[in-house]
Design a protein around this ligand. Structure first.
Ligand SMILES: *Cc1c(COP(=O)(O)O)cnc(C)c1O
Length: 479
């Protein structure tokens, strides 16, 4: 054994202790460190990170691999000095960009143990990993009020969950037309139409990956001033669509967290032939709050459902779940037949259900947090985040420097500057505030805007106060 490896093996308890103490110092410092270090704030594409070596960031770049490593201790020291200061505090309570969750204590413990056990949970051949993953899917089904008709699989994020859902939809279209895209290619389907009101960008990406093409997407009008699809317009669009179609319903849009009427959309199946895929990446969690559960009424009527877990469940990246009523079609798409793998059977191994073959025991972090905090604990996170969003919305609405672009429906505040809301001024505002609060840019209704999304279990009213203060100060600084 290489002498560095042998030394690290001998010192493992001590080195894990060192790493633990380092991890603790990072977590203890979350409240005080910059939410995003100033030189790492990009205008959108992470440009700041490409500015080259300067003060701090990138210091010592270009050392190369070299022959001999520094062991755990050396790697940790180098990481702590060269990289850690430039990573964002996205695990903390004032990182409000995109839709970003943190990691609950139990999720963190589960994630560490995922690496300790280092399972490849893709089959039932080697222990209980796959069974644990299935048990966790069952817990999530309960959490979201789905029934046993929905099977589920873990994937790396909502983009993959949408991709898998639409891959099953593609195979369903084939079934309707008497062909199999999995065998004969997407071309066997002819022209495919995927109808949606305000789909997430990942839907276009999924259609590209699946060979259906981004142009398969037909954007259906939304209700006036809203991001929710107009059910009458959808009815009409379906009537104009020859043959079976796919509808992507949106349960929680990223700009204004608007919800399609899922029950009304499912009701259109009485008149039209379509696969209903619902993107509920973070919106599914509205179901945990009695006051907001009506927003996701009808979620279970979908043929496939996407839910992200590294957002509002607060497990570490990367984790999401894909639910479907047609596991048989899913297995047709993703089956990975080989002599050394098990037969498909009625309950196929996970290797036959997603684009991945090998994968980590991704479910363990979710299992830990669900067992540790239960429905009540996760409801509290969701309700507190909603309350924080409402408070920030109230603070900004009351401030003449700002203007809300939509009511705070759930956990996102979509706002802009009252005076000259140009992308440049908003970027300057964002960067000036980024040490205290990180928000991300968007455009809503043709107006450049900012979004503050609350989905971290750590966020408190104190964070809202600090965030509002930072935004006010930054706005004053713009002149
Ligand atoms: C975040 C999000 C996605 C994509 O999720 P990733 O985890 O980044 O892959 C898809 N749809 C919606 C509605 C989202 O909010």
């Amino acid at each position: 054994m290489d002498h560095r490896l042998a030394t690290d093996l001998r010192r493992l308890p001590e080195l894990l202790g060192l790493t633990l103490r380092y991890a603790q110092s990072v977590l203890d410092g979350l409240d005080e460190r910059p939410v995003v270090p100033s030189r790492a704030v990009g205008a959108g594409g992470g440009e700041g990170l490409d500015e080259g070596p300067g003060e701090g960031l990138g210091q010592g770049l270009g050392q190369g691999l070299g022959e001999e490593g520094g062991g755990v201790e050396g790697a940790l020291a180098e990481f702590g000095a060269r990289w850690a200061p430039w990573l964002s505090a996205s695990a903390g309570g004032r990182y409000l960009g995109f839709v970003t969750g943190g990691a609950t204590p139990a999720a963190l413990a589960g994630d560490w143990l995922t690496s300790v056990f280092d399972q490849n949970s893709n089959s039932g051949l080697d222990g209980a990993g796959q069974a644990l993953e299935r048990e966790t899917v069952g817990l999530l089904r309960e959490l979201f009020g789905l029934g046993p008709e929905h099977s589920g699989t873990f994937v790396s994020g909502a983009t993959l969950s949408n991709t898998v859902g639409l891959a099953i939809a593609r195979e369903w279209l084939g079934e309707r037309l008497g062909v199999s895209p999995a065998e004969d290619g997407a071309g066997a389907l002819g022209t495919v139409r995927v109808l949606s009101g305000a789909p997430h960008s990942s839907i276009g990406k999924a259609l590209s990956v699946l060979g259906l093409g981004r142009n398969a997407l037909v954007t259906v009008p939304t209700l006036p001033g809203r991001e929710a699809v107009d059910p009458v317009a959808l009815d009409r669009a379906l009537a104009d669509t020859p043959g079976p179609a796919v509808v992507v319903a949106n349960a929680g849009t990223v700009n204004t967290v608007d919800f399609d009427d899922l029950t009304a959309i499912a009701g259109l199946k009485r008149r039209h032939d379509f696969w209903l895929h619902t993107d509920a990446a973070f919106g599914a969690f509205a179901g945990l709050s009695p006051e907001h559960a009506h927003l996701v009424a009808g979620l279970g009527l979908a043929d496939s459902v996407c839910v992200d877990l590294h957002k509002w469940l607060n497990v570490p990246y990367d984790s999401a779940v894909q639910f479907t009523r047609r596991q048989d079609l899913q297995a047709r798409v993703f089956s990975n037949a080989a002599a050394y793998l098990g037969p498909l059977g009625p309950d196929p191994d996970l290797v036959h259900l997603t684009p991945e073959n090998s994968h980590r025991l991704r479910a363990l972090a979710a299992w830990f947090t669900l067992r540790a905090y239960g429905r009540q604990g996760h409801r509290e996170i969701v309700e507190r985040d909603i309350d924080c969003a409402r408070r920030l919305g109230d603070e900004l609405a009351a401030d003449p420097a700002f203007r809300l672009l939509a009511p705070v429906r759930l956990n996102v505040v979509c706002f802009t500057l009252a005076d000259r809301p140009t992308p440049e001024r908003l970027a300057a505002l964002r960067e000036a505030a980024a040490g205290e609060v990180f928000v991300t840019p968007t455009v809503f209704g043709g107006t450049a805007a900012l979004r503050a999304a609350f989905s971290n279990w750590r966020t408190t009213h104190t964070d809202v106060g600090r965030a509002a203060q930072a935004l006010r100060t930054a706005a004053k600084g713009l002149g």
